[in-house]
Design a protein around this ligand. Structure first.
Ligand code: MG
Ligand code: MG
Length: 254
């Protein structure tokens, strides 16, 4: 069921989104060669405690088949696309890191993600990061009342493929509110004019997941980490967005 938020609920979503954006900024500032992804998770835990919000990923289960997700953030390096579990891996100069985090404030959730290079970059990584981040805004530009989910999905896919990369299948954005995954699913590929109608009061996470190589992915034996099957680079950017009478409002930008 698609949930339309009241003005009061939107205000709480705004606050949740703002805090999540600040948490991500604090994580970003802690990224450097030699840091482990587990240490970044601790940074996130401390930031959420400081802001008085609670983690959403920790303990999350997708149906009953997976073990509960163990940490506050997901951390993905290079070929790891989404749902990476932070651990003892040391970040190295030139790694491509993606961090996803969600915060719950007064019952409402802000969900956002970024990718960045660790230390100094390369033209190859810069290109993938720029296209993936731009794809997020290309999708958000379609988040107008009267458009459909397929318009968002198709715009993301078209932009990414026109730039020589691929979008993942089977993973994407989602309605978000009191729970992290509400209806509808917002794929990163699709056809214009198809899918649920966008209306004021809907709140979504839009999240292009982009692969440098083929779109196929596999899940590792930890049952969570999704990696590019060809082990080429991947990137992921996400914002929580509200559909308003005046167009899209990004709730998770600083
Ligand atoms: Mg997320
Ligand atoms: Mg999300």
């Amino acid at each position: 069921m698609i949930v339309l938020k009241s003005k009061k609920e939107l205000e709480l979503m705004r606050r949740a989104g703002q805090i999540n954006a600040q948490v991500l900024q604090i994580i970003r500032e802690a990224v450097r060669p030699g840091v482990t992804t587990a240490e970044l998770n601790v940074v996130a835990e401390q930031a959420q405690a400081k802001f008085g919000v609670t983690p959403v990923f920790k303990g999350y289960t997708f149906g009953s088949k997976k073990p509960p997700f163990p940490t506050t953030i997901t951390a993905c390096v290079n070929e790891e696309l989404v749902h990476g579990i932070p651990g003892k891996r040391y970040l190295q100069e030139g790694d491509l890191l993606s961090v996803d985090c969600a915060s719950r404030y007064e019952g409402y959730i802000g969900d956002s993600a970024f990718s960045m290079v660790v230390g100094s970059s390369s033209p190859e990584i810069d290109d993938l990061l720029a296209v993936t981040e731009r794809a997020l805004y290309v999708g958000i530009e379609q988040c107008h009342s009267g458009n459909r989910v397929g318009d968002v999905a198709a715009a993301i896919q078209r932009y990414v493929e026109a730039n020589g990369f691929n979008v993942v299948r089977g993973y994407g954005g989602h309605g978000v509110g009191r729970t992290m995954h509400e209806e509808p699913h917002v794929p990163n590929h699709g056809e214009p004019g198809k899918g649920a109608l966008l209306r004021p009061g809907m709140t979504f996470a839009i999240e292009p997941m982009v692969l440098q190589g083929d779109h196929q992915v596999v899940t590792l034996s930890d049952q969570w980490t999704v990696v590019a099957k060809d082990r080429m680079l991947t990137a992921h950017f996400e914002h929580t967005v509200a559909i308003t009478d005046n167009g899209p409002e990004i709730l998770t930008s600083l």
